[in-house]
Design a protein around this ligand. Sequence first.
Ligand code: SAH
Length: 577
Amino acid sequence: MTPPAIVILGTGALATARCIQARYPGAQVHGLRGRVEADIDYTELAAHLCNLYAQGTPIVALCAAGIVIRCVAPLLADKGVEPPVLAVAEDGSAVVPLLGGLAGVNVMAREIAAALAVAPAITTSVELRFGACVLNPPEGYALASLTQGKRFVSDMLAGESTRIEGDAPWLDDVQLPRASTARLAIRVTPKAWDGGMDELVIHPRSVVAAVSGAGERIAEDVQTALRAHELAPLSLAALLAPSEQMGDAALAEAAHLLGVPLRFADAARDEIPEAANRSQADKRAAQRLLEAALRVPYATLQDDANVGVALALSRVPVDPDTVGQARGSLTVIGLGPGSAELMVPAARSALSEATDILGYETYVKMAGPLRADQHVHCTDNREEMQRARHAFELASTGRAVVVVSSGDPGVFAMAAAVLEALDTSGDPRWGAVALEIVPGVSAAMATAAQAGAPLGHDFCMLSLSDNLKPWSIIETRLRHAAQADLVMAFYNPISRARPWQLDKALDIVREYRAAETKVVLGRDIGRPGSSLRSTTLGELRSAEVDMRTMVIIGSSTTRGFTRGAQGEWVYTPRWYP
Ligand code: SAH
Protein backbone atom coordinates (compact mmCIF):
# COMPACT_ATOMS: atom_id res chain seq x y z
CA MET A 1 0.00 0.00 0.00
CA THR A 2 1.16 3.55 -0.70
CA PRO A 3 2.12 5.12 2.65
CA PRO A 4 -0.40 7.76 3.72
CA ALA A 5 0.20 11.51 3.63
CA ILE A 6 -0.39 12.85 7.15
CA VAL A 7 -1.51 16.42 6.65
CA ILE A 8 -1.42 19.03 9.43
CA LEU A 9 -2.18 22.74 9.66
CA GLY A 10 -0.21 23.75 12.75
CA THR A 11 2.17 22.71 15.50
CA GLY A 12 -0.75 21.61 17.72
CA ALA A 13 -1.18 18.51 15.56
CA LEU A 14 2.47 17.55 15.25
CA ALA A 15 2.65 15.13 18.19
CA THR A 16 -0.44 13.20 17.02
CA ALA A 17 0.90 13.21 13.45
CA ARG A 18 4.24 11.73 14.54
CA CYS A 19 2.42 9.05 16.49
CA ILE A 20 0.43 8.04 13.38
CA GLN A 21 3.57 8.27 11.26
CA ALA A 22 5.27 5.69 13.48
CA ARG A 23 2.53 3.20 12.51
CA TYR A 24 3.20 3.51 8.73
CA PRO A 25 6.75 3.06 7.42
CA GLY A 26 7.44 5.61 4.70
CA ALA A 27 4.59 7.95 5.69
CA GLN A 28 5.45 11.63 5.69
CA VAL A 29 3.98 14.53 7.60
CA HIS A 30 2.90 17.42 5.37
CA GLY A 31 2.84 20.79 7.14
CA LEU A 32 1.40 24.17 6.14
CA ARG A 33 4.34 26.37 5.22
CA GLY A 34 5.01 29.16 7.70
CA ARG A 35 2.89 27.51 10.40
CA VAL A 36 4.71 24.26 11.11
CA GLU A 37 7.95 22.54 10.13
CA ALA A 38 7.24 19.00 8.91
CA ASP A 39 8.74 16.57 6.37
CA ILE A 40 7.10 18.14 3.33
CA ASP A 41 5.53 21.58 3.15
CA TYR A 42 2.53 22.81 1.20
CA THR A 43 1.02 26.25 0.72
CA GLU A 44 -2.68 25.68 0.20
CA LEU A 45 -4.67 22.93 1.93
CA ALA A 46 -7.46 22.38 -0.63
CA ALA A 47 -5.08 22.24 -3.59
CA HIS A 48 -2.70 19.98 -1.71
CA LEU A 49 -5.42 17.51 -0.63
CA CYS A 50 -6.83 17.42 -4.18
CA ASN A 51 -3.39 16.64 -5.58
CA LEU A 52 -2.84 13.83 -3.11
CA TYR A 53 -6.33 12.45 -3.72
CA ALA A 54 -5.96 12.54 -7.51
CA GLN A 55 -2.70 10.61 -7.22
CA GLY A 56 -4.46 7.98 -5.13
CA THR A 57 -2.42 8.73 -2.00
CA PRO A 58 -4.17 7.76 1.26
CA ILE A 59 -4.84 10.93 3.28
CA VAL A 60 -4.89 11.30 7.05
CA ALA A 61 -5.84 14.94 7.69
CA LEU A 62 -5.55 16.25 11.23
CA CYS A 63 -8.34 18.78 11.06
CA ALA A 64 -12.14 19.03 11.08
CA ALA A 65 -13.92 16.41 8.95
CA GLY A 66 -15.91 19.21 7.29
CA ILE A 67 -12.77 20.94 6.05
CA VAL A 68 -11.49 17.73 4.49
CA ILE A 69 -14.84 17.00 2.81
CA ARG A 70 -15.05 20.50 1.32
CA CYS A 71 -11.47 20.29 0.04
CA VAL A 72 -11.86 17.02 -1.87
CA ALA A 73 -15.56 17.52 -2.80
CA PRO A 74 -14.82 18.68 -6.39
CA LEU A 75 -13.15 15.31 -7.08
CA LEU A 76 -15.78 13.01 -5.63
CA ALA A 77 -17.98 12.71 -8.72
CA ASP A 78 -15.13 10.91 -10.48
CA LYS A 79 -15.16 7.33 -9.31
CA GLY A 80 -11.79 6.64 -10.96
CA VAL A 81 -9.68 6.74 -7.80
CA GLU A 82 -10.87 6.66 -4.23
CA PRO A 83 -7.96 6.42 -1.82
CA PRO A 84 -8.67 6.16 1.90
CA VAL A 85 -9.37 9.59 3.43
CA LEU A 86 -9.59 10.04 7.19
CA ALA A 87 -10.06 13.03 9.47
CA VAL A 88 -8.32 12.77 12.82
CA ALA A 89 -8.78 15.21 15.70
CA GLU A 90 -5.62 17.26 16.31
CA ASP A 91 -5.32 15.93 19.83
CA GLY A 92 -5.80 12.33 18.67
CA SER A 93 -9.15 11.94 20.43
CA ALA A 94 -11.19 10.98 17.34
CA VAL A 95 -10.52 8.99 14.15
CA VAL A 96 -13.14 9.40 11.41
CA PRO A 97 -12.93 7.35 8.20
CA LEU A 98 -14.52 9.45 5.43
CA LEU A 99 -13.86 7.91 2.01
CA GLY A 100 -12.28 4.86 0.43
CA GLY A 101 -14.35 2.06 1.92
CA LEU A 102 -13.08 -0.33 -0.74
CA ALA A 103 -9.52 0.89 -0.39
CA GLY A 104 -9.31 -0.08 3.26
CA VAL A 105 -10.23 3.15 5.04
CA ASN A 106 -11.83 1.28 7.95
CA VAL A 107 -8.77 -0.93 8.36
CA MET A 108 -6.68 2.24 8.57
CA ALA A 109 -9.15 3.81 10.99
CA ARG A 110 -8.80 0.81 13.29
CA GLU A 111 -4.99 0.87 13.01
CA ILE A 112 -4.74 4.59 13.73
CA ALA A 113 -7.29 4.41 16.54
CA ALA A 114 -5.28 1.57 18.10
CA ALA A 115 -2.10 3.66 17.85
CA LEU A 116 -3.88 6.57 19.55
CA ALA A 117 -5.71 4.33 22.06
CA VAL A 118 -9.21 5.53 21.08
CA ALA A 119 -12.20 3.90 19.37
CA PRO A 120 -12.55 4.55 15.60
CA ALA A 121 -15.77 6.19 14.39
CA ILE A 122 -16.77 3.35 12.03
CA THR A 123 -20.11 3.99 10.32
CA THR A 124 -20.20 1.24 7.66
CA SER A 125 -22.95 -1.28 8.51
CA VAL A 126 -21.09 -4.36 7.22
CA GLU A 127 -18.07 -3.42 9.28
CA LEU A 128 -20.17 -2.86 12.37
CA ARG A 129 -22.03 -6.11 11.97
CA PHE A 130 -19.16 -8.39 10.94
CA GLY A 131 -16.06 -6.49 12.06
CA ALA A 132 -14.54 -6.35 8.59
CA CYS A 133 -15.33 -5.26 5.06
CA VAL A 134 -16.08 -8.44 3.11
CA LEU A 135 -15.73 -6.55 -0.16
CA ASN A 136 -12.16 -5.50 0.49
CA PRO A 137 -10.05 -8.67 0.29
CA PRO A 138 -6.36 -8.36 1.17
CA GLU A 139 -3.49 -7.92 -1.28
CA GLY A 140 -3.18 -10.92 -3.58
CA TYR A 141 -6.96 -11.27 -4.00
CA ALA A 142 -9.46 -9.48 -6.23
CA LEU A 143 -13.23 -9.18 -6.06
CA ALA A 144 -14.89 -10.50 -9.26
CA SER A 145 -17.74 -7.97 -9.32
CA LEU A 146 -18.33 -5.00 -7.06
CA THR A 147 -21.98 -4.67 -8.08
CA GLN A 148 -22.64 -8.29 -7.21
CA GLY A 149 -20.58 -7.84 -4.03
CA LYS A 150 -22.78 -5.00 -2.82
CA ARG A 151 -25.91 -7.02 -3.49
CA PHE A 152 -24.47 -10.05 -1.71
CA VAL A 153 -23.57 -7.98 1.34
CA SER A 154 -27.04 -6.45 1.55
CA ASP A 155 -28.52 -9.98 1.51
CA MET A 156 -26.25 -10.84 4.41
CA LEU A 157 -27.23 -7.69 6.28
CA ALA A 158 -30.83 -8.75 5.77
CA GLY A 159 -30.05 -11.83 7.82
CA GLU A 160 -28.86 -14.53 5.46
CA SER A 161 -25.95 -16.82 6.33
CA THR A 162 -23.14 -17.87 4.07
CA ARG A 163 -20.71 -20.68 3.51
CA ILE A 164 -17.11 -20.28 2.41
CA GLU A 165 -15.67 -22.36 -0.41
CA GLY A 166 -11.92 -22.24 -0.90
CA ASP A 167 -9.20 -20.65 1.21
CA ALA A 168 -10.08 -17.29 2.73
CA PRO A 169 -7.73 -17.06 5.72
CA TRP A 170 -8.50 -13.35 6.24
CA LEU A 171 -12.14 -14.23 6.96
CA ASP A 172 -11.23 -16.67 9.75
CA ASP A 173 -11.74 -14.10 12.50
CA VAL A 174 -14.65 -12.31 10.88
CA GLN A 175 -17.98 -12.79 12.61
CA LEU A 176 -19.96 -13.86 9.54
CA PRO A 177 -23.13 -15.87 10.12
CA ARG A 178 -22.07 -19.21 8.60
CA ALA A 179 -24.01 -22.34 7.72
CA SER A 180 -22.85 -25.25 5.60
CA THR A 181 -26.24 -25.39 3.90
CA ALA A 182 -26.53 -21.66 3.26
CA ARG A 183 -27.84 -20.43 -0.08
CA LEU A 184 -25.15 -17.74 -0.25
CA ALA A 185 -21.54 -18.74 -0.76
CA ILE A 186 -18.27 -16.83 -0.68
CA ARG A 187 -16.14 -18.64 -3.23
CA VAL A 188 -12.39 -18.13 -3.41
CA THR A 189 -11.30 -19.44 -6.78
CA PRO A 190 -9.22 -18.56 -9.83
CA LYS A 191 -12.11 -19.80 -12.00
CA ALA A 192 -14.18 -17.12 -13.71
CA TRP A 193 -17.47 -16.10 -12.06
CA ASP A 194 -20.42 -17.56 -13.96
CA GLY A 195 -22.76 -14.70 -13.07
CA GLY A 196 -24.59 -16.63 -10.35
CA MET A 197 -26.28 -14.21 -7.93
CA ASP A 198 -25.87 -16.49 -4.91
CA GLU A 199 -22.14 -16.17 -4.73
CA LEU A 200 -19.51 -13.64 -3.92
CA VAL A 201 -16.49 -14.63 -6.00
CA ILE A 202 -13.00 -13.60 -4.95
CA HIS A 203 -10.05 -14.48 -7.16
CA PRO A 204 -6.67 -15.26 -5.68
CA ARG A 205 -4.00 -13.78 -7.95
CA SER A 206 -2.47 -17.18 -8.45
CA VAL A 207 -1.86 -17.55 -12.19
CA VAL A 208 1.35 -16.61 -13.98
CA ALA A 209 1.22 -16.36 -17.78
CA ALA A 210 4.45 -16.76 -19.72
CA VAL A 211 5.09 -15.82 -23.34
CA SER A 212 8.22 -16.71 -25.21
CA GLY A 213 8.34 -13.82 -27.60
CA ALA A 214 7.15 -10.36 -28.45
CA GLY A 215 4.15 -9.84 -30.69
CA GLU A 216 1.13 -7.74 -31.40
CA ARG A 217 -1.54 -9.90 -29.80
CA ILE A 218 0.05 -10.84 -26.50
CA ALA A 219 -2.80 -9.64 -24.27
CA GLU A 220 -5.43 -11.35 -26.44
CA ASP A 221 -3.39 -14.57 -26.51
CA VAL A 222 -3.10 -14.59 -22.73
CA GLN A 223 -6.85 -14.05 -22.46
CA THR A 224 -7.48 -16.91 -24.90
CA ALA A 225 -5.27 -19.20 -22.83
CA LEU A 226 -7.06 -18.17 -19.61
CA ARG A 227 -10.42 -18.80 -21.24
CA ALA A 228 -9.30 -22.27 -22.31
CA HIS A 229 -9.13 -23.11 -18.59
CA GLU A 230 -12.12 -20.98 -17.56
CA LEU A 231 -9.76 -18.86 -15.50
CA ALA A 232 -10.68 -15.28 -14.60
CA PRO A 233 -8.42 -12.54 -15.98
CA LEU A 234 -8.36 -11.14 -12.40
CA SER A 235 -6.59 -14.33 -11.25
CA LEU A 236 -3.53 -13.30 -13.19
CA ALA A 237 -0.60 -12.29 -10.95
CA ALA A 238 2.10 -11.50 -13.51
CA LEU A 239 3.12 -11.71 -17.14
CA LEU A 240 6.49 -13.39 -17.66
CA ALA A 241 8.72 -12.94 -20.73
CA PRO A 242 12.32 -13.73 -21.73
CA SER A 243 14.95 -11.28 -20.49
CA GLU A 244 16.17 -10.54 -24.00
CA GLN A 245 12.81 -8.91 -24.69
CA MET A 246 13.06 -6.47 -21.79
CA GLY A 247 12.95 -3.36 -23.95
CA ASP A 248 9.95 -4.50 -25.98
CA ALA A 249 7.13 -1.94 -25.92
CA ALA A 250 4.42 -4.42 -27.02
CA LEU A 251 5.11 -6.55 -23.95
CA ALA A 252 4.85 -3.55 -21.64
CA GLU A 253 1.60 -2.57 -23.35
CA ALA A 254 0.23 -6.12 -22.95
CA ALA A 255 1.06 -6.20 -19.23
CA HIS A 256 -0.62 -2.81 -18.89
CA LEU A 257 -3.74 -4.04 -20.68
CA LEU A 258 -3.85 -7.14 -18.49
CA GLY A 259 -3.29 -4.99 -15.39
CA VAL A 260 -0.38 -7.05 -14.05
CA PRO A 261 3.35 -6.51 -13.51
CA LEU A 262 5.71 -7.60 -16.28
CA ARG A 263 8.57 -9.84 -15.16
CA PHE A 264 11.49 -11.42 -16.96
CA ALA A 265 13.52 -14.62 -16.77
CA ASP A 266 16.00 -16.61 -18.84
CA ALA A 267 15.61 -20.20 -20.00
CA ALA A 268 18.17 -22.22 -21.90
CA ARG A 269 16.93 -22.48 -25.50
CA ASP A 270 18.53 -25.87 -26.15
CA GLU A 271 16.33 -27.48 -23.52
CA ILE A 272 13.21 -26.77 -25.54
CA PRO A 273 11.75 -29.94 -27.05
CA GLU A 274 10.69 -30.29 -30.67
CA ALA A 275 7.24 -28.99 -31.55
CA ALA A 276 4.75 -29.52 -34.38
CA ASN A 277 4.16 -25.82 -35.09
CA ARG A 278 5.14 -22.29 -34.10
CA SER A 279 2.68 -21.77 -31.27
CA GLN A 280 3.52 -25.19 -29.83
CA ALA A 281 7.21 -24.25 -29.86
CA ASP A 282 6.44 -20.88 -28.25
CA LYS A 283 4.30 -22.55 -25.62
CA ARG A 284 7.10 -24.95 -24.69
CA ALA A 285 9.64 -22.16 -24.53
CA ALA A 286 7.23 -20.26 -22.27
CA GLN A 287 6.89 -23.34 -20.06
CA ARG A 288 10.68 -23.37 -19.63
CA LEU A 289 10.47 -19.74 -18.52
CA LEU A 290 7.90 -20.62 -15.86
CA GLU A 291 10.13 -23.41 -14.58
CA ALA A 292 13.07 -21.02 -14.38
CA ALA A 293 11.22 -18.19 -12.69
CA LEU A 294 8.61 -19.59 -10.30
CA ARG A 295 9.63 -20.27 -6.75
CA VAL A 296 6.26 -21.31 -5.33
CA PRO A 297 4.86 -24.80 -6.00
CA TYR A 298 2.58 -24.63 -9.00
CA ALA A 299 0.91 -26.73 -11.65
CA THR A 300 1.56 -26.20 -15.35
CA LEU A 301 -1.72 -26.12 -17.24
CA GLN A 302 -1.96 -28.04 -20.49
CA ASP A 303 -4.37 -26.87 -23.15
CA ASP A 304 -5.11 -27.07 -26.84
CA ALA A 305 -5.47 -23.35 -27.33
CA ASN A 306 -3.47 -22.43 -30.42
CA VAL A 307 -1.51 -19.63 -28.73
CA GLY A 308 2.11 -19.51 -27.54
CA VAL A 309 1.19 -18.89 -23.92
CA ALA A 310 2.00 -21.14 -20.96
CA LEU A 311 0.07 -20.86 -17.71
CA ALA A 312 1.10 -21.85 -14.20
CA LEU A 313 -1.41 -22.09 -11.38
CA SER A 314 -0.38 -21.89 -7.76
CA ARG A 315 -2.49 -22.93 -4.77
CA VAL A 316 -1.88 -19.58 -3.08
CA PRO A 317 -1.60 -16.02 -4.42
CA VAL A 318 1.71 -15.36 -6.16
CA ASP A 319 3.71 -12.31 -5.10
CA PRO A 320 4.88 -10.92 -8.48
CA ASP A 321 8.09 -9.66 -6.87
CA THR A 322 9.16 -13.29 -6.45
CA VAL A 323 8.75 -14.15 -10.15
CA GLY A 324 11.97 -13.60 -12.16
CA GLN A 325 12.96 -9.96 -12.19
CA ALA A 326 11.46 -6.65 -13.24
CA ARG A 327 12.84 -4.47 -16.02
CA GLY A 328 15.13 -2.10 -14.20
CA SER A 329 14.86 1.62 -14.70
CA LEU A 330 17.35 4.44 -14.52
CA THR A 331 15.97 7.96 -14.25
CA VAL A 332 18.30 10.91 -14.22
CA ILE A 333 16.57 13.82 -12.56
CA GLY A 334 17.30 17.47 -11.84
CA LEU A 335 16.28 18.71 -8.43
CA GLY A 336 16.12 22.33 -9.52
CA PRO A 337 18.14 24.91 -7.59
CA GLY A 338 17.09 23.67 -4.17
CA SER A 339 13.59 24.47 -2.99
CA ALA A 340 10.90 21.79 -3.26
CA GLU A 341 8.50 23.88 -5.34
CA LEU A 342 11.09 24.32 -8.08
CA MET A 343 11.40 20.56 -8.56
CA VAL A 344 9.27 19.34 -11.47
CA PRO A 345 6.53 16.83 -10.52
CA ALA A 346 8.04 14.13 -12.78
CA ALA A 347 11.24 14.28 -10.73
CA ARG A 348 9.26 14.06 -7.51
CA SER A 349 7.39 10.97 -8.70
CA ALA A 350 10.60 9.30 -9.95
CA LEU A 351 12.01 9.83 -6.46
CA SER A 352 8.99 8.35 -4.77
CA GLU A 353 9.14 5.24 -7.00
CA ALA A 354 12.90 4.78 -6.61
CA THR A 355 14.38 1.80 -4.82
CA ASP A 356 17.90 3.26 -5.08
CA ILE A 357 19.09 6.85 -5.15
CA LEU A 358 22.57 7.82 -6.25
CA GLY A 359 24.28 11.16 -6.14
CA TYR A 360 26.55 13.59 -4.44
CA GLU A 361 25.64 13.67 -0.77
CA THR A 362 24.51 17.32 -0.70
CA TYR A 363 22.06 16.68 -3.53
CA VAL A 364 20.76 13.41 -2.10
CA LYS A 365 19.99 15.33 1.09
CA MET A 366 18.19 17.98 -0.96
CA ALA A 367 16.08 15.22 -2.56
CA GLY A 368 14.84 13.98 0.82
CA PRO A 369 13.16 13.10 3.01
CA LEU A 370 13.48 9.59 1.62
CA ARG A 371 11.79 6.48 2.95
CA ALA A 372 13.55 3.95 5.15
CA ASP A 373 13.11 1.30 2.44
CA GLN A 374 14.98 3.38 -0.16
CA HIS A 375 18.71 2.70 -0.56
CA VAL A 376 20.96 5.71 -0.77
CA HIS A 377 24.37 5.50 -2.46
CA CYS A 378 26.30 8.71 -1.86
CA THR A 379 29.49 9.37 -3.77
CA ASP A 380 32.04 12.09 -4.20
CA ASN A 381 31.01 14.80 -6.66
CA ARG A 382 33.97 14.07 -8.96
CA GLU A 383 33.26 10.39 -9.51
CA GLU A 384 30.67 10.93 -12.21
CA MET A 385 31.51 8.04 -14.55
CA GLN A 386 31.86 5.60 -11.70
CA ARG A 387 28.45 6.66 -10.35
CA ALA A 388 26.89 6.31 -13.79
CA ARG A 389 28.22 2.75 -14.15
CA HIS A 390 27.09 1.85 -10.65
CA ALA A 391 23.62 3.13 -11.55
CA PHE A 392 23.45 0.87 -14.63
CA GLU A 393 24.71 -2.13 -12.67
CA LEU A 394 21.94 -1.67 -10.10
CA ALA A 395 19.24 -0.96 -12.70
CA SER A 396 20.15 -4.04 -14.74
CA THR A 397 19.27 -6.23 -11.76
CA GLY A 398 15.70 -4.90 -11.90
CA ARG A 399 15.89 -2.02 -9.46
CA ALA A 400 14.32 1.41 -9.91
CA VAL A 401 17.34 3.70 -9.79
CA VAL A 402 17.35 7.48 -9.67
CA VAL A 403 20.48 9.55 -10.19
CA VAL A 404 20.16 13.08 -8.83
CA SER A 405 21.79 16.27 -10.06
CA SER A 406 21.12 19.80 -8.96
CA GLY A 407 19.40 22.15 -11.39
CA ASP A 408 18.99 20.43 -14.74
CA PRO A 409 20.68 17.03 -15.12
CA GLY A 410 21.73 17.84 -18.69
CA VAL A 411 23.51 21.09 -17.80
CA PHE A 412 27.07 20.36 -16.59
CA ALA A 413 25.72 17.36 -14.70
CA MET A 414 25.01 13.64 -14.62
CA ALA A 415 22.84 13.03 -17.72
CA ALA A 416 25.78 13.24 -20.13
CA ALA A 417 27.91 10.95 -17.92
CA VAL A 418 25.10 8.39 -17.79
CA LEU A 419 24.73 8.42 -21.58
CA GLU A 420 28.49 8.18 -22.07
CA ALA A 421 28.61 5.17 -19.74
CA LEU A 422 25.88 3.47 -21.80
CA ASP A 423 27.39 4.49 -25.14
CA THR A 424 30.80 3.04 -24.27
CA SER A 425 29.67 -0.11 -22.44
CA GLY A 426 28.13 -2.47 -25.00
CA ASP A 427 26.58 -4.49 -22.15
CA PRO A 428 23.17 -5.67 -23.44
CA ARG A 429 21.81 -5.74 -19.88
CA TRP A 430 22.48 -2.01 -19.60
CA GLY A 431 20.82 -1.44 -22.95
CA ALA A 432 17.64 -3.14 -21.65
CA VAL A 433 17.27 -0.69 -18.74
CA ALA A 434 14.40 1.80 -19.08
CA LEU A 435 16.39 5.03 -19.24
CA GLU A 436 14.76 8.41 -18.81
CA ILE A 437 16.05 11.90 -18.25
CA VAL A 438 13.80 14.34 -16.40
CA PRO A 439 14.64 18.03 -16.83
CA GLY A 440 15.00 20.50 -14.00
CA VAL A 441 15.19 24.23 -13.41
CA SER A 442 18.82 25.12 -14.05
CA ALA A 443 20.67 27.64 -11.84
CA ALA A 444 20.76 30.18 -14.69
CA MET A 445 16.96 30.04 -15.07
CA ALA A 446 16.33 30.22 -11.35
CA THR A 447 18.71 33.17 -10.92
CA ALA A 448 17.39 34.95 -13.99
CA ALA A 449 13.79 34.65 -12.78
CA GLN A 450 14.66 36.21 -9.44
CA ALA A 451 16.53 39.06 -11.11
CA GLY A 452 13.86 39.66 -13.77
CA ALA A 453 14.59 38.48 -17.31
CA PRO A 454 18.29 38.92 -18.13
CA LEU A 455 18.11 35.88 -20.46
CA GLY A 456 15.26 37.49 -22.44
CA HIS A 457 17.33 37.49 -25.63
CA ASP A 458 20.07 35.24 -27.05
CA PHE A 459 22.36 33.86 -24.39
CA CYS A 460 24.87 31.12 -23.73
CA MET A 461 25.82 28.97 -20.77
CA LEU A 462 29.51 28.45 -20.04
CA SER A 463 31.27 26.51 -17.36
CA LEU A 464 34.45 28.28 -16.29
CA SER A 465 35.87 25.06 -14.89
CA ASP A 466 39.01 23.89 -16.67
CA ASN A 467 38.90 20.52 -14.93
CA LEU A 468 37.35 18.77 -17.91
CA LYS A 469 38.46 21.01 -20.79
CA PRO A 470 41.60 23.07 -21.53
CA TRP A 471 41.58 26.72 -20.47
CA SER A 472 42.41 27.78 -24.05
CA ILE A 473 38.98 26.49 -25.20
CA ILE A 474 37.28 28.52 -22.48
CA GLU A 475 39.13 31.67 -23.56
CA THR A 476 38.18 31.18 -27.21
CA ARG A 477 34.52 30.62 -26.33
CA LEU A 478 34.47 33.66 -24.05
CA ARG A 479 35.88 35.84 -26.80
CA HIS A 480 33.39 34.60 -29.38
CA ALA A 481 30.44 34.90 -27.02
CA ALA A 482 31.51 38.39 -25.94
CA GLN A 483 31.99 39.43 -29.54
CA ALA A 484 28.60 38.03 -30.51
CA ASP A 485 27.00 40.13 -27.76
CA LEU A 486 25.40 37.10 -26.13
CA VAL A 487 24.27 37.31 -22.53
CA MET A 488 26.49 34.84 -20.64
CA ALA A 489 25.64 32.59 -17.71
CA PHE A 490 28.78 31.40 -15.93
CA TYR A 491 28.55 28.07 -14.10
CA ASN A 492 31.40 26.92 -11.83
CA PRO A 493 32.81 30.46 -11.88
CA ILE A 494 35.53 30.00 -9.25
CA SER A 495 36.80 27.57 -6.62
CA ARG A 496 39.74 27.21 -4.27
CA ALA A 497 41.51 25.03 -6.82
CA ARG A 498 40.72 27.50 -9.63
CA PRO A 499 41.40 30.93 -8.09
CA TRP A 500 42.53 33.05 -11.09
CA GLN A 501 40.28 31.86 -13.89
CA LEU A 502 37.33 34.16 -13.18
CA ASP A 503 39.46 37.32 -13.23
CA LYS A 504 40.99 36.22 -16.49
CA ALA A 505 37.53 35.55 -17.93
CA LEU A 506 36.26 38.95 -16.86
CA ASP A 507 39.30 40.67 -18.42
CA ILE A 508 38.46 39.02 -21.73
CA VAL A 509 34.80 40.07 -21.56
CA ARG A 510 35.82 43.65 -20.62
CA GLU A 511 37.73 43.89 -23.90
CA TYR A 512 34.38 43.72 -25.71
CA ARG A 513 31.80 45.08 -23.29
CA ALA A 514 31.35 48.42 -21.53
CA ALA A 515 32.02 48.83 -17.81
CA GLU A 516 28.29 49.71 -17.33
CA THR A 517 27.19 46.25 -18.59
CA LYS A 518 24.67 44.73 -16.17
CA VAL A 519 25.78 41.75 -14.09
CA VAL A 520 23.59 39.58 -11.87
CA LEU A 521 25.01 37.44 -9.06
CA GLY A 522 22.77 34.75 -7.58
CA ARG A 523 24.12 32.72 -4.67
CA ASP A 524 22.39 29.62 -3.30
CA ILE A 525 19.23 30.56 -5.17
CA GLY A 526 16.26 28.53 -3.92
CA ARG A 527 18.23 27.43 -0.86
CA PRO A 528 18.38 28.78 2.69
CA GLY A 529 20.39 32.03 2.96
CA SER A 530 20.11 32.79 -0.75
CA SER A 531 21.28 36.16 -2.04
CA LEU A 532 20.75 38.06 -5.24
CA ARG A 533 22.68 41.14 -6.30
CA SER A 534 22.99 43.20 -9.42
CA THR A 535 26.15 45.10 -10.21
CA THR A 536 28.13 46.10 -13.32
CA LEU A 537 31.00 44.57 -15.23
CA GLY A 538 33.23 47.48 -14.15
CA GLU A 539 32.48 47.02 -10.46
CA LEU A 540 32.42 43.22 -10.27
CA ARG A 541 35.28 41.71 -8.24
CA SER A 542 36.02 37.98 -8.20
CA ALA A 543 36.06 38.10 -4.38
CA GLU A 544 32.25 38.62 -4.50
CA VAL A 545 31.83 35.26 -6.25
CA ASP A 546 32.21 31.71 -4.98
CA MET A 547 31.46 28.24 -6.33
CA ARG A 548 27.81 28.48 -5.21
CA THR A 549 27.26 31.59 -7.30
CA MET A 550 25.70 31.97 -10.72
CA VAL A 551 27.16 34.91 -12.66
CA ILE A 552 25.04 36.38 -15.45
CA ILE A 553 26.81 38.97 -17.62
CA GLY A 554 24.39 41.10 -19.62
CA SER A 555 24.67 41.98 -23.30
CA SER A 556 24.87 45.55 -24.63
CA THR A 557 21.06 45.77 -24.43
CA THR A 558 20.56 44.35 -20.92
CA ARG A 559 19.16 47.05 -18.65
CA GLY A 560 17.71 47.59 -15.18
CA PHE A 561 15.30 49.79 -13.22
CA THR A 562 14.51 50.08 -9.53
CA ARG A 563 11.88 47.95 -7.84
CA GLY A 564 11.09 49.86 -4.68
CA ALA A 565 13.22 49.02 -1.70
CA GLN A 566 14.13 45.63 -3.13
CA GLY A 567 16.85 46.64 -5.54
CA GLU A 568 16.47 46.31 -9.25
CA TRP A 569 14.69 44.45 -12.04
CA VAL A 570 17.17 43.43 -14.71
CA TYR A 571 16.03 42.43 -18.18
CA THR A 572 17.18 42.03 -21.77
CA PRO A 573 14.54 43.32 -24.19
CA ARG A 574 13.16 41.03 -26.88
CA TRP A 575 14.29 43.38 -29.68
CA TYR A 576 17.57 44.83 -30.89
CA PRO A 577 18.13 48.55 -31.58
N1 SAH B 1 23.21 21.06 -13.19
C1 SAH B 1 23.34 22.30 -12.47
C2 SAH B 1 24.70 22.95 -12.63
C3 SAH B 1 25.82 22.21 -12.00
S1 SAH B 1 27.34 23.09 -12.13
C4 SAH B 1 22.25 23.26 -12.94
O1 SAH B 1 21.63 23.03 -14.00
O2 SAH B 1 22.01 24.26 -12.25
C5 SAH B 1 27.42 23.84 -10.55
C6 SAH B 1 27.35 25.36 -10.68
O3 SAH B 1 25.99 25.74 -10.87
C7 SAH B 1 27.76 26.10 -9.41
O4 SAH B 1 29.18 26.30 -9.39
C8 SAH B 1 27.02 27.41 -9.55
O5 SAH B 1 27.68 28.24 -10.46
C9 SAH B 1 25.74 26.97 -10.20
N2 SAH B 1 24.65 26.72 -9.23
C10 SAH B 1 24.10 25.52 -8.92
N3 SAH B 1 23.10 25.68 -8.03
C11 SAH B 1 23.02 27.00 -7.76
C12 SAH B 1 22.18 27.78 -6.92
N4 SAH B 1 21.23 27.22 -6.18
N5 SAH B 1 22.36 29.12 -6.90
C13 SAH B 1 23.32 29.68 -7.67
N6 SAH B 1 24.13 28.99 -8.47
C14 SAH B 1 24.01 27.65 -8.52
